[in-house]
Design a protein around this ligand. Structure first.
Ligand SMILES: [Zn+2]
Length: 632
């Protein structure tokens, strides 16, 4: 955290700093010097088998900006203090109480007013923002972590009120004693966080967290995972960063031996746990102050590299008070194996399996819609040989027929002939090819499999894949073909197919930069419906928004939804056949973070479950964990 040091600053400098922080920048919290000495160090003494815990000498209140000074009463929490990280729902785990949890308590002093009802909305939001910071911090190393918290029936943090005597105020040790007297016990599965409705530490600090000095890397042996702990955050520090700072102290950050440690804090700013006389700016950017472990080398890394300090010492990412549960995946080692994994959701003996090149998207795009209609998978192949994972899957699947999508340059005749050994119909047409002279012709050849008079046909730009990716699943659901077009003109074979199909409605996927208004006008002459929406264009500011717009055509509460990378095409296309067959939506994501459009669409759909298509190389655990929280 970006703190200034009272003791080291001259009055002139203090005035300068005060002037600086009064300007538009967020006001900065102030911490004490980080030197732990015998006079100021606090401990929670050893007791009943629990070793001594050190208490971080800690946070001073953030300074209010000009205009707030004098208005901000000592009895108010810092509603003016900015947090840029969005709240993220806490994980719903079991009954909300079992196992290792962080438990929040609202404490007020005897003789004062119990303001729990007034404080709860603010504290709930700050705790969920602290969880957002945890999720975003894990995403820095492509992993997922969320706070395990004692929650209510709606998975919001449970915050119970407790009245404490004024003797609880001066130190954390005094607070813990008072909490125990009130019946709240030390537990091996609880980090108790006391949100004190007062500013009571005698040294003026506004947060304290207790941790062990234990660098043992073994999560089953480290004292932080064998015990609970205590933290207290006073009124003036009731903001997300202050709350998470103390929580991570209780998880064991920062150990004294960490490379950039500075007495239970760290030196590499910006960082939620760094401050002191020896800091240096290493991680810049507006959100760095709201993230754990700048460079992930001192106390938090979801997958520390071999030989690194965190691989061989205590890593708070291994805290049992964090959840790493992600959404399930359908995935293999590469695109071919992932398509095979998706195919395994189909029972053996399907009528038709489709096989397309894994090297480009065009053939599979139209084929995925047809596969979704006929209830079969799309498998991907190399042009000149069938990958082993695909052979294994075809052996299991025993399709009656196999349809190859695309020309011989995409899937060679040698591959087509080898596929005959996997088709079980034993007819002359057990393996056939659907192809045209180019991608447009192939999409027309696939569309020729549909009967005339379809209710709807989808038309997508053939020059790139993003807009059409999610369209294949929708088309599969609607028993509708997907045809490809050029930007400024409808290719002849596609026009001919649309004339034959006589769709009542044509849905155009993508904006005018992808498919021109001229093409839209031509489609208007080919749709047979009479309404103004006989040609409907679905567009968005990017591929994620287009997929979200398509997902809006699905009712809320479907059994499942799929999430695939929007940065590449193979996983989404293989998944589209399954999603189309199940009537489930496919949403797209960036590999390392969930786009807002996708997050909002998932929240609205509220499916019973979400499945990620593809391995960690295409969709990181950061995303697989986050989407799980969105739909839980
Ligand atoms: Zn601290």
């Amino acid at each position: 955290m970006h703190f200034r040091l009272r003791s080291l600053l001259s009055p002139t400098l203090l005035a300068l700093v005060a002037a600086t922080i009064a300007l538009p920048q967020p006001p900065l919290p102030v911490e004490a010097t980080s030197t732990i000495d015998a006079d100021t160090e606090e401990t929670l003494p050893a007791e009943s088998g629990i070793p001594e815990r050190k208490v971080a000498f800690d946070l001073y209140p953030p300074e209010p900006p000009d205009g707030i000074i004098g208005i901000q009463a000592a009895t108010d929490w810092p509603t003016w203090y900015p947090t840029s990280t969005s709240p993220v729902t806490l994980p719903c785990i079991g009954d909300g109480k079992n196992g290792a949890r962080v438990q929040f308590w609202y404490a007020y002093v005897a003789g004062k007013t119990n303001r729990i009802a007034e404080a709860r909305p603010w504290l709930t939001d700050q705790i969920e923002r602290a969880n957002g910071m945890t999720v975003a911090s894990a995403a820095k190393t492509n992993g997922f972590r969320a706070l395990r918290v004692v929650t209510d029936a709606n998975c919001r943090p449970s915050i119970s009120a407790v009245q404490l005597p004024s003797s609880a105020l001066p130190t954390l040790d005094a607070t813990v004693s008072a909490m125990k007297a009130a019946g709240i016990k030390d537990s091996k599965d609880r980090v108790h966080v006391v949100l004190m409705d007062a500013n009571g530490f005698t040294d003026g600090a506004c947060g304290r967290g207790a941790m062990f000095l234990d660098e043992n890397p073994d999560p089953t042996k480290n004292l932080h995972n064998l015990n609970g702990s205590w933290a207290r955050i006073d009124l003036a520090c009731w903001y997300a960063g202050g709350i998470l700072h103390e929580i991570f102290h209780t998880f064991g950050a920062v150990q004294l031996g960490a490379p950039n440690a500075d007495n239970m804090h760290c030196k590499d700013e910006g960082d939620l746990l760094c401050y002191g006389a020896n800091t240096r700016m290493v991680c810049t950017g507006a959100v760095a102050e709201e993230r754990l472990d700048c460079n992930n080398d001192d106390y938090f890394h979801t997958n520390p590299p071999a030989g690194s300090y965190l691989r061989n010492h205590w890593n708070t990412a291994d805290s049992k008070y964090l959840s790493s549960d992600t959404a399930p995946r359908l995935a293999g080692a590469d695109r071919y194996a992932t398509a095979a994994a998706v195919s395994r959701k189909f029972a053996p003996g399907v009528a038709t399996a489709y096989v397309a090149t894994g090297a480009s998207y065009a053939d599979a795009l139209s084929g995925a819609a047809l596969a979704g209609r006929t209830g079969g998978p799309v498998l991907l192949t190399q042009a000149t040989y069938i990958p082993t994972a695909v052979k294994t899957e075809l052996t299991r699947l025993k399709p009656k027929k196999i349809v190859v999508l695309g020309g011989t340059s995409s899937v060679s005749n040698a591959v087509l002939n080898e596929l005959r050994t996997y088709a079980t119909a034993n007819t002359s047409d057990e393996v056939t090819r659907l192809a045209g002279t180019d991608r447009y012709g192939t999409s027309a050849a696939v569309a020729a499999s549909y009967p005339a008079g379809v209710r709807v046909a989808y038309v997508a730009y053939g020059g790139d894949f993003p807009d059409a990716l999610a369209g294949a699943a929708v088309a599969g659901r609607d028993d509708a073909p997907v045809l490809l077009t050029r930007h400024d003109g409808l290719p002849a074979p596609v026009r001919q197919q649309l004339q034959r199909l006589r769709p009542q409605q044509i849905v155009l996927l993508g904006g005018t930069q992808a498919v021109s208004e001229a093409v839209e006008a031509e489609l208007r002459t080919l749709a047979t419906g009479t309404g103004a929406d006989r040609v409907k264009r679905i567009a968005g500011k990017d591929r994620y928004a287009v997929a979200a717009a398509l997902a809006a055509t699905y009712p809320a509460g479907s059994p499942t939804a799929y999430v695939a990378s929007g940065a590449t095409f193979p996983d989404a296309l293989a998944g589209a056949a399954l999603a189309g067959a199940e009537g489930a939506p496919v949403l797209l994501t960036q590999p390392r973070s969930v786009p807002a459009a996708t997050s909002e669409a998932l929240a609205r759909l509220h499916p019973g479950a979400v499945t990620v298509l593809g391995g960690k190389n295409t969709v990181t655990d950061a995303v697989a964990g986050h989407v799980r929280l969105i739909v839980q």
